[in-house]
Design a binder for this molecule. Structure first.
Ligand code: KIV
Ligand code: ZN
Length: 396
């Protein structure tokens, strides 16, 4: 399919919440220096908004948000606050150092189940608290985001009422989170469409989406939401976050970049920084990425099967839908194992400096196959041993 012109693509804002929702991932808590290190990398990635933490949650988180707000230039800096005034006042105390780039992100749950069991509040009390929270935040900064927690399980009519009321109160971004990772793309598309069609002042705010990954659908749901008109996507590096995590930043961004033929959207992210960002997060948190993780997993650009290896040696696009360079890798990897073919074997030997006659190559390849049946992966040292084996040399 023909690619759309870059100028025709709508820019989707990337709101990175690695330092807030990502940090809520078990074992991912970060100190001030660690948060600052990640924030500096998010600046290099050129995300639009960095949610640096939850200032009232602890002294340490307050200081971390303050430090990020003081240091980082470029992206907006957000801090999460419940809808109480104490939270919002404390939030701005930390965020004020970002000046006009400071964003107060306040929220309250709107689903029946959360209002009844968690908040013990009626819908009209929740509506009132939401409006008051936005007005309080607005007294500090024009840049206010409001989230309807558990929006996906909220009665649609009530959701529309809350969204309309907080926009009237001054919210410039309204977030419609799938807090429990429950929705599916078709349903989420319809929720965003309903808001676009039924909330009169909806165009006065950016619609944001925030998807959790409990059913493994967070990226697909975020894509469906932007197709329905959302303008901001909340996500994290490596998809870390509460429970099964959040929408993975690298997967969402590379989907838009790779499928520009069918998705008329782009982001401001410098995609060559994706792999370095992923690795830095692993270094800082100790949380490793599964090898088959899309985009940043160790196997994302590795080929083992002989047919695939032959294909990419002829033309990379046979089995690669994006280039390794575009996500910050130097090259793809041809892994030598029992599924590998003669082409990859010969190429690797040449890279190691071995030029073998056809007869010797055949013999070496036979030995390689026998060894590969015994091992998960054949390494360069194994190849050295095969081609320098005296018996094989005698056969020459
Ligand atoms: O998942 C969620 O609903 C959240 C909100 C606080 C935005 O993290
Ligand atoms: Zn969340």
């Amino acid at each position: 399919m023909a690619k759309q012109k870059k100028s025709e693509l709508k820019t989707i804002k990337i709101f990175d919440t690695t330092l807030r929702d990502g940090e809520q991932s078990p074992g991912a808590s970060m100190n001030i220096e660690e948060k600052l290190r990640i924030a500096k990398h998010l600046q290099k990635l050129n995300v639009d908004v960095i949610e640096a933490g939850f200032p009232i949650a602890s002294e340490g988180d307050f200081e971390a948000v303050k430090k990020v707000a003081q240091t980082i230039k470029g992206p907006e800096i957000a801090g999460l606050c419940r809808s109480g005034f104490k939270d919002i006042d404390r939030g701005w105390e930390a965020l004020q150092y970002a000046g006009e780039k400071g964003r107060i992100h306040t929220f309250i749950a709107t689903s029946d189940i959360h209002m009844k069991y968690k908040l013990k509040m009626t819908p009209s009390q929740v509506l009132d608290a939401a409006v008051k929270a936005v007005k309080r935040a607005k007294s500090y900064t024009p840049n206010v985001e409001f989230s309807c927690e558990d929006a996906v399980r909220t009665d649609l009519k009530f959701l529309g009422e809350v969204v309309g009321a907080v926009i009237d109160a001054g919210a410039t971004t309204v977030n419609i989170p799938d807090t429990v990772g429950y929705t599916i793309p078709f349903e989420y598309f319809n929720i965003i469409t309903y808001l676009k069609e039924n909330v009169a002042n909806i165009d006065n705010a950016v619609i944001s989406v925030h998807c959790h990954n409990d059913l493994g659908l967070s990226v697909a749901n975020s894509i469906a939401a932007v197709q329905a008109g959302a303008g901001q996507v909340e996500c994290t590096i490596n998809g870390i976050g509460e429970r099964a995590g959040n929408c993975s930043l690298e997967e969402f961004v590379m989907t838009l970049k790779t499928r520009g033929d069918i998705l008329p959207f782009k982001t401001n992210v410098v995609t060559e920084q994706l792999t370095p960002a992923s690795r830095l997060l692993t270094t800082v948190t100790g949380i490793v990425v599964q090898p088959n993780k899309a985009i940043v997993g160790a196997n994302a650009f590795a080929h083992e099967a002989g047919i695939h290896q032959h294909g990419v040696l002829m033309e990379k696009s046979t089995y690669e839908i994006m280039t390794p360079e575009s996500v910050g890798l130097k090259t793809n990897v041809l892994v030598l194992g029992k599924h590998s073919g003669r082409h990859a074997f010969k190429k690797r030997l040449e890279e190691l400096g071995y030029e073998l006659s056809d007869e010797m190559l055949n013999k070496a390849f036979e030995r390689f196959k026998a060894l590969a049946d015994l091992k998960k992966e054949v390494y360069d040292e194994d190849l050295d041993a095969i081609v320098t084996d005296e018996e094989l040399l005698r056969a020459e």
